[in-house]
Write a protein that binds this ligand. Structure first.
Ligand code: ATP
Ligand code: MG
Length: 190
């Protein structure tokens, strides 16, 4: 599951949990991106802070892991490159890629998507207020997306950053460990 995780929140965790359960995955790897191609706004927290936050909210789950390959390259991350690297490193593994519904309509624009759809099955999770227009997606992409259900969690990292800017609490929006980390390091305060 790729993302900027700036910061990671309960929507991410419940999406991961839903995919893990319903797809009967062995593990879910959280893959923080250094700088995603589609995000033109600045990522606010540092790569290391995002990594630490993802670690502290996944450590208490038996099957959640953190994968720092994209952070290590320190450049714009293309999922196809990452998956080629991981598949070479773990040839016996079968990879899935978990994405929120808001990302599904953008799949046709992903770098070398025609290659990527032959390497991974996408696991799509619903995201409140996002409607997926399946007819607008090329059928070869649509058939590589398996949807899983999850309760609508109308939380985004953007909304969390805005709450913090306004001095509001993010308790219950994020894992308690993330809340502590954000407070202790004064991230997103201005
Ligand atoms: P931002 O507001 O900064 O874009 P975000 O909340 O969208 O942050 P990302 O790190 O961009 O979080 O998302 C990583 C992945 O998690 C994406 O595939 C996204 O669609 C999915 N995701 C994020 N929040 C939710 C949510 N509340 N419900 C379902 N999926 C989500
Ligand atoms: Mg997003």
């Amino acid at each position: 599951m790729g993302g900027t995780f700036d910061p990671p929140h309960l929507g991410h965790l419940i999406a991961a949990q839903s995919a893990w359960e319903q797809m009967e995955l062995d593990e879910v790897w959280f893959l923080p991106t250094y700088h995603p191609p589609h995000k033109n706004h600045q990522v606010v927290a540092t790569a290391n802070q995002r990594l630490q936050m993802v670690k502290c909210c996944t450590v208490d789950h038996p099957a959640f892991r953190v994968c720092d390959v994209e952070l290590k390259t320190r450049e714009t991350s293309y999922t196809i490159k990452t998956m080629e690297q991981l598949q070479a490193q773990y040839p016996a593994y079968e990879f899935y890629f978990i994405i929120g519904a808001d990302m599904i309509m953008y799949l046709p624009q992903w770098f070398e998507i025609e290659k990527l759809i032959n390497m991974v099955t996408f696991v799509g999770v619903k995201r409140s207020s996002t409607v997926i227009d399946w007819d607008a997606l090329p059928p070869e992409i649509a058939k590589k997306v398996t949807m899983v259900s999850m309760p609508s969690i109308d939380i985004s990292s953007t909304a969390i950053r805005e709450r913090l800017k306004r001095g509001q609490s993010i308790q219950y929006y994020v894992h308690a460990g993330v809340n502590e980390y954000v407070k202790g390091n004064h991230i997103y305060e201005s």
